[in-house]
Design a protein around this ligand. Structure first.
Ligand code: 6PG
Length: 241
């Protein structure tokens, strides 16, 4: 079944090879120009790749802007905060690595959701931040996404009305299936405007949802990540262990 012309699916049985291939895709996207805007998701699977990027990525410039794909409505120092996850597993370790070489890390700027504000205010503020950016460079260089066991990606959950958003770039969503019910997330207009998408999936427990994503006839309402198959440059890295 031809899923979409630009889709590349790579399966891995070794975590290390899966990480190395994902870092290589990040390097290729970032080094293709002298400035890059990357949107990072939360989740335990993407975190493994962030750690590998911080440890090993070879970047030719010091101009990577960090954005968030989504966030939980918790304080930035909360254990479930995606901002905290990106700081602890990507930015800080990268700064330490480059400091040893007496250099600055390549992450020159970070834009995080303002979860101390009421949700709708935080949505407006983040939309304003990324609108200016997206207007000047037409979309993130690379958006890194995870896949939930229910087929959600970012914080775009099954049956959410936001799945059919066509204009707004950021939205407030809720879930009763996962920790932290109130979420802030990029919508598909923002995600699909990215030049490249990397979907990171890992673990035997995701086999069923990967099958439904690639083979099944579920709708986007039933399996939101299906929308990603419409993107012209989607890479899926699936580590089956
Ligand atoms: C979040 C994420 C979410 C995540 C997937 C995969 O804030 O939780 O953005 O979309 O990437 O749920 O998470 P796991 O890899 O932990 O299953």
């Amino acid at each position: 079944m031809i899923l979409c012309l630009g889709m590349k699916l790579k399966n891995f049985t070794s975590q290390e090879e899966w990480q190395t291939a994902s870092v290589a895709l990040f390097e290729q996207a970032v080094n293709a120009q002298n400035h890059a805007e990357i949107a990072f998701s939360g989740g335990s699977t993407p975190t493994l790749v962030y750690e590998a990027i911080a440890r090993t990525a070879r970047v030719n410039h010091k101009s990577i802007e960090v954005y968030q794909v989504d966030e939980r409505m918790v304080p930035a120092d909360h254990a479930d905060s995606n901002q905290r996850l990106i700081m602890e597993h990507l930015i800080h370790p990268s700064e330490l690595r480059y400091a040893k070489k007496k250099e600055y890390a390549p992450f020159c700027f970070a834009s995080f959701f303002r979860t101390e504000l009421p949700a709708e205010k935080a949505v407006k503020k983040y939309e304003k931040q990324i609108k200016t950016a997206i207007k000047s460079w037409g979309g993130f260089t690379l958006t890194i996404l995870g896949l939930g066991p229910d087929g959600h990606t970012a914080s775009l959950f099954p049956d959410s009305p936001v799945l059919h958003e066509t204009k707004r770039l950021v939205a407030h969503t809720t879930t009763d299936q996962f920790a932290i019910h109130d979420r802030l997330t990029l919508t598909f207009p923002a995600i699909m405007a990215s030049k490249k998408l990397l979907l990171l999936v890992k673990g035997k427990e995701k086999e069923h949802i990967m099958h439904d994503l690639l083979e099944g006839d579920k709708t986007i309402d039933e399996l939101p990540a299906k929308k990603l198959l419409e993107h012209p440059d989607l890479t899926i890295h699936y580590c089956t262990t």
